[in-house]
Ligand binder design. Sequence first.
Ligand code: IMP
Length: 427
Amino acid sequence: MSNIVVFGSQWGDEGKGKIVDMLAQQSAAIVRFQGGNNAGHTLVVGGEKCVLHLIPSGILHPGKICLIGNGVVLDPAVFLSEIETLAKKGVDVSPKRLMISKKTHVIMPYHCALDVARESSRSGGTKIGTTGRGIGPCYEDKVHRCGIRAADLADPELLRKKIVHALEEKNVLFKALYGAEPLDPEKIFQDMLPLAERIKPYLGDVSSAIQEVVAGGGSLLFEGAQGTHLDVDHGTYPFVTSSTTVSGNAASGSGCSPRLLDRIIAIVKAYTTRVGGGPFPTELFDATGDYLQNHGGEFGATTGRKRRCGWLDTVVLRESARLNGPTELAVTKLDVLSGLPEIKLCAAYDYKGARVLYPPQEENAMAHVTPVYETMPGWNEDLCGVTSWGDLPANARKYLERMEELSGVKVGLVSVGPDRTQTFPRG
Ligand code: IMP
């Protein structure tokens, strides 16, 4: 059995949850390695919708182990509320099958407050459009070396000390810079105590758990969140999230060797979407953009915001290929393109008088490129019932083949709808 990494190749919302859900059936353990509850995976199982933000989507598969790695940032209240929701649906959420690494950093209320205060103080084009979930400030504390880690929740005195320490600096910011009321460390500590008690049974050593799965002959599925172009280093900085979203982080964000990563699947939506601020070269502001938005139901699973929509950008995809080394593409939402008379895909950019095949790396340069498009004929057939490569309309197959040529990566899976039954191999 091989261990698989699933990652987003665009700006998130590629439909990773659905592919993870499918692959979870053949895996012993599902591991999250970065991000937090800024993610949102909408799964449809037996016609019923289920949105998860933090807990790996593998939890819906009885008997699978779900691990939250050290690279994740965890909001205890969100974790506990997801557990409650799942338990009500009859899902087993016992610590026997769900573990949080003791090294995972904890999102505290002051992280959320800081995220929102900062975002509201930004104006116009400088707004990042964060999800307001405290993700950036939590990762900042991690690298600033004053973060609270999940293991600290089991040590009340250490927890109190760390909260007091963190707020010494943050309260100055709240008062002096953002004109907000300072936060009371003792109240935050007291509010956190009952949550900490409930989190405690879930704390564990994720590295060892991974080793045990491997030793027992089971395979691992590493579930990426967000997308490559939201990566804090490689994305459209500064319009990015605060974690490392590329496949290599599956190892360091969960505490295992990169030699364990066998198969790396790039999830690519058949067109492009983005939520929040930042450059988006192939964005459409016309009726076709509205068509993709409506037809694709493009609203954020976490914030409910309308997603910006545009044509597939193979410059973005090519960059994802070189950064992540995918063994295959899993193309999602191909059905959404049905009914368009012609479909464009961006093959290159014009930038400062030159034709480029990769995104330029200067800050915000992506805002100044001109996409070079190829136009392909569309198809009218409804794809929802298609179950094999051979049954796809010829023009849909040609579109996918061109995607393979331009990205240099073969398609492995195609998805034509939200249900578990609507994904099939390339054939
Ligand atoms: P943050 O991760 O909340 O700090 O938000 C930073 C940027 O990443 C914003 O533009 C968000 O809209 C975007 N973002 C964060 N998580 C996701 C996601 O799961 N899907 C799509 N965009 C996301």
